[in-house]
Write a protein of this length. Structure first.
Lengths: 371, 566
């Protein structure tokens, strides 16, 4: 590790990020604006912005490789929509993205050569992003790239990295391919590649601004942010959607949408009765929003689906069924305590798919009762 | 004979591998293989049909709306639900903007680097680049200063010695024909398009909360409330923003995308004689009129490149074969099954990874082989436009005529790699121009006081019949997409999708007929077998989307339900 750059420089005497940005026509002012936005995304006090700027000034250009396995490419697409377009994109570009199947110009064995070069030249220094789940069943034949299984390649690439970032719910927890009955034995990176440092950035797809913030955190502080019990950074997953929701006042006042398009729906009432999973979901959607903060699901009239929670495809469905047991008014528990509860429940879900199926059947009877 | 293997095919959605035999500088045989499988349709079984759109949306995050649309249409068809006009128009706007944004991203970010050598852009004269650009359109950024700025940024990037995603490509290959100025212009627009796409797709965020994966579709309508007198609904303020974004998307398509497409195409006219493929074309049509369901782009079939006749689509004639796919049928090999009767047992018989070559004489892909009356069919913008052109659809006839005239070629040039790429641009242009019509209709309808966005009557599953079946069709950016559902006791009994890239990427069938990718590669020239950029040109001209293409069909019953394509 390079002491001067906090362990992520490549040590070949390159220009700092702010210099590179200037060469690319990004003004100092835009750069500082970006640093402020990142500071906010990281849930740091605004006074940290100069520190973020200073740290980025000193950081050299680390390498990032982006692996894609059992995915829909939604997380790559999310990356293309980052909310601080010019600068964030360039910062990610400045990371030297040496391998990313969806955007890279090289193909075939020449593409794989690029990845092999990183493994050799940047050992222990590069960052890996993984998008998509990794199938474990039948020797991993359900996902191969360049004739090698995802499992084989991911173990090699993540094993030699400084850190691995699992983007999206599939790479974090298995996601949709792992939904019952999990036909291919799909799992998240932590389960497929035990023993390596993995940060989980779930969401379906992830909010790419949170990824930018994570990378900035790593560059600025020289370490990974604090994580919850299931590997998610607290700055983005430390609070419940329900507790930060713009419609919370309507929940507390007992004002609910009862039918799509009714008066309550048109007036922004609470979507709890329409199946909103905000009360059981930890994510910063209400504040971070999507597409340059244009909107987010609840803001546009549809309930939260709980997409940043492990196995939400089984535990949060049917999506339009009202959650049972959402307690009364106010913020009744700290995020930490609920986080532990969620983690324990998750462990149980991971344990047996039979449990998941049982839960789904139970959902059915609940729904019938409510209806 | 030694094979060329390209794996991974990059700049696509998903995992695709191409193996090809080359003799005398041309491809003599080719095999298309998908190497990833998830099995989402099996996962759908037993779930609430109203949730299906959310699951199927995850078939693909690139064409991120298409499976939601096909899914809600499919369930609505099964339950006989008619959605309100606002919902239909909002869907048209979402489909249209998906189409426009997706095509532009494909052209600039997934396909352009097959034709554009960005390293050559460093040698360009910015002033000459500006005159070239100005001769093509009056786009405001066509100045020497602007192109000089882009060139400087590019030079600074190259100077770092680390080309990131641009490293190790086929730069300097003899197949690149553009002069440096055209390369610089295209590189500038590559970067511009990256900014543009982020902005215009906010139409999805306004109407559907976010993109990718808008969260707004409902069986029976849409979840975005409409109310000019509320700040929590689609109101005049939000409509104005959508209007701005529609204009911005159309401007870019008219003044940048289409001129670039024509400029690039004029240097690669020989590709109008390469990559023809199977010559059969299927389109489901798209953009229903909320009043009567009439489709703006008509559905139909063109066979054997014969534009004098358009056949109606009959979904009963679709069948899938697995003779070269890693599945088994209970009735044995050589049989095709209609999706309603579909069954699948995933059964990998390929080489044990790591492998060098697939066993292409037997089974070699996770994609099945859909066939229409036993014929392989090409789907996508070219099929959509050929069907519309042959049906006499005026906007299509005008647009196609304009381009053929501009390039000085006849309609036969359409059956090619270049024709496919050009058709995508024209599809984008026609759709971008039509967006203003749907937008005006939506404004007028809201202005009349119609605030309905959802047909509530059949929302509760308790109101449904014990059993129902349906199918939904959508002409997605990559072509003809169909979803089929069977519902029993308010749950999904069986769910199936036959998607565009399944048609196009399919391996050989029971008769040994090649799939469209495979057939299109035959005869493609290969200048350097170690750098087969020509394979990328033809494969990318289809805009592959492989995560979509691979499905698992469950055992269904024997009941055949007759549903026609609307």
């Amino acid at each position: 590790m390079d002491e001067h750059s906090g362990g992520h420089g490549n040590g070949n005497g390159q220009a700092s990020i702010s210099q590179l940005l200037e060469e690319r026509g990004v003004s100092r002012r835009d750069f500082l604006k970006f640093c402020s936005a990142m500071t906010a995304a990281l849930a740091l006090p605004a006074t940290f912005a100069p520190r973020v700027a200073r740290a980025l000034d000193e950081v050299k250009r680390p390498t990032l490789v982006w692996l894609e396995y059992q995915s829909c490419t939604g997380d790559t697409e999310a990356l293309l929509r980052t909310a601080n377009p010019t600068v964030a994109e360039i910062v990610l570009d400045i990371l030297s993205v040496d391998y990313a199947e969806t955007i890279m110009a090289a193909a075939g064995h020449l593409a794989e050569e690029n990845l092999d070069k990183v493994l050799k030249d940047e050992k222990g220094k590069y960052l890996v992003v993984v998008e998509g789940a990794i199938p474990m069943k039948d020797g991993g034949v359900y996902c191969c790239v360049g004739g090698r299984t995802a499992l084989d390649r991911a173990r090699e690439v993540c094993g030699g990295a400084a850190a691995t970032i699992a983007v999206g719910t599939c790479a974090s927890f298995g996601g949709i391919p792992a939904a019952a009955p999990n036909p291919t034995g799909a799992v998240g990176v932590r389960d497929a590649v035990p023993g390596v440092t993995v940060v989980n950035m779930p969401g379906c797809p992830l909010n790419a601004d949170n990824l930018s913030a994570l990378v900035v955190h790593y560059l600025v502080f020289g370490k990974l942010p604090e994580l919850d019990a299931i590997g998610r950074p607290l700055f983005a997953y430390g609070k419940r959607i329900h507790d930060n929701c713009e419609r919370r006042a309507h929940f507390d006042a007992g004002q609910y949408v009862e039918k799509w398009g009714d008066e309550g729906h048109r007036n922004g009432y609470c979507l709890y009765h329409m199946g909103c999973k905000g009360p059981e979901t930890f994510h910063n959607c209400p504040t971070q929003r999507y597409n340059e903060k244009t909107s987010w699901p609840v803001g546009s009239g549809h309930g939260c689906a709980g997409c940043s929670e492990p196995q939400f495809w089984d535990t949060m469905t049917p999506f339009y069924r009202r959650l049972p047991h959402v307690p009364g008014f106010g913020i009744e528990k700290t995020a930490d305590r609920i986080g532990v509860g969620v983690a324990v429940a998750t462990a149980a879900v991971f344990g047996a798919h039979g449990v998941v199926s049982a839960m789904r059947h139970k959902d059915t009877s609940d729904e019938t009762k409510e209806d | 004979m030694a094979k060329i293997v390209v794996d991974p095919i990059t700049r696509i959605e998903g995992h695709l591998r191409i193996e090809a035999e080359v003799s005398g500088g041309r491809i003599t045989d080719a095999w298309s293989s998908s190497t990833m499988f998830r099995g989402i349709e099996k996962i759908l079984k037993g779930r609430d049909p109203r949730d299906a759109w959310y699951f199927t949306q995850r078939f693909c995050g690139v064409c991120t709306t298409v499976h939601s649309i096909a899914s809600v249409r499919c369930v609505e068809n099964a339950l006989n639900i008619k959605i309100p006009p606002n919902a239909e128009l909002i869907r048209n706007l979402i489909i249209g903007s998906q189409n426009i944004q997706d095509h532009v991203i494909h052209f600039y970010h997934l396909h352009a680097l097959d034709w554009v050598d960005i390293t050559s852009a460093l040698k360009a004269d910015p002033a000459k680049t500006a005159s070239l650009a100005a001769s093509l359109s009056d786009w405001p950024l066509n100045s020497a200063t602007y192109f000089k700025g882009v060139q400087d940024r590019l030079a600074a990037f190259v100077k770092t010695g680390r080309l990131g995603p641009f490293a190790n490509a086929y730069w300097g290959h003899s197949a690149y024909k553009l002069p440096p100025e055209a390369n610089l212009m295209a590189t500038a627009h590559y970067l511009e398009a990256l900014e543009w796409q982020k902005d215009v797709i906010k139409i999805h965020a306004i109407l559907g909360s976010k993109n990718p994966h808008p969260q707004t579709f409902l069986v029976g309508g849409m979840a975005i409330p409409v109310d000019p007198n509320s700040q929590n609904a689609l109101n005049a303020d939000k409509l104005a923003e959508i209007g701005r974004l529609i204009k911005k998307s159309r401007d870019f398509v008219e003044k940048v995308y289409i001129p670039d497409l024509l400029a690039v195409a004029s240097f690669y006219k020989e590709w109008a004689g390469i990559g023809a493929g199977v010559g059969n074309y299927l389109s489901y049509g798209e953009f229903p009129d909320p009043a009567n369901g009439t489709l703006f782009f008509p559905a139909g079939i063109v066979l054997g490149k014969d534009l004098s006749k358009v056949y109606p689509v009959d979904q009963k004639k679709v069948a899938e074969y697995v003779d070269h796919s890693w599945y088994t049928y209970s009735a044995g090999s050589g049989k095709g099954l209609h999706p309603w009767e579909g069954e699948t047992e995933a059964h990998y018989t390929g080489p044990k990874p790591p492998y060098e070559q697939l066993e292409t004489d037997s089974k070699y892909s996770w994609v099945k082989s859909p066939r229409y009356e036993e014929r392989p069919m090409e789907v996508g913008p070219l099929a959509k436009l050929l069907v519309a052109y042959a049906s006499g659809h005026k906007p299509t006839k005008d647009a196609v005529g304009f381009v053929l005239n501009k390039l000085g070629v006849g309609p036969e040039a359409l059956f090619s790699t270049l024709g496919r790429t050009a058709a995508r641009g024209l599809d984008c242009l026609i759709t971008a121009q039509q967006m203003t019509v749907w937008f005006a209709e939506l404004e007028q309808n809201i202005g009349k006081g119609d605030l309905r966005i959802h047909a509530n009557e059949l929302w509760e599953p308790s109101t449904w019949p014990a059993e129902a079946s349906g199918c939904g069709f959508h002409e997605a950016p990559r072509g003809a997409l169909g979803h089929w559902i069977r519902i029993k006791d308010q749950k999904i009994l069986n769910y199936q999708a036959v998607v565009p890239s399944t048609w196009n990427a399919s391996p050989r069938d029971h008769k040994g007929q090649r799939g469209p990718y495979e057939q299109a590669l035959i005869g493609t020239p290969i200048a350097d077998p170690n750098k087969p950029v020509e394979i990328l040109r033809t494969i990318h001209s289809f805009d592959p989307c492989l995560a979509c293409a691979v499905h698992l069909y469950d055992t269904g019953g024997n009941e055949l339900v007759r549903v026609s394509v609307r």
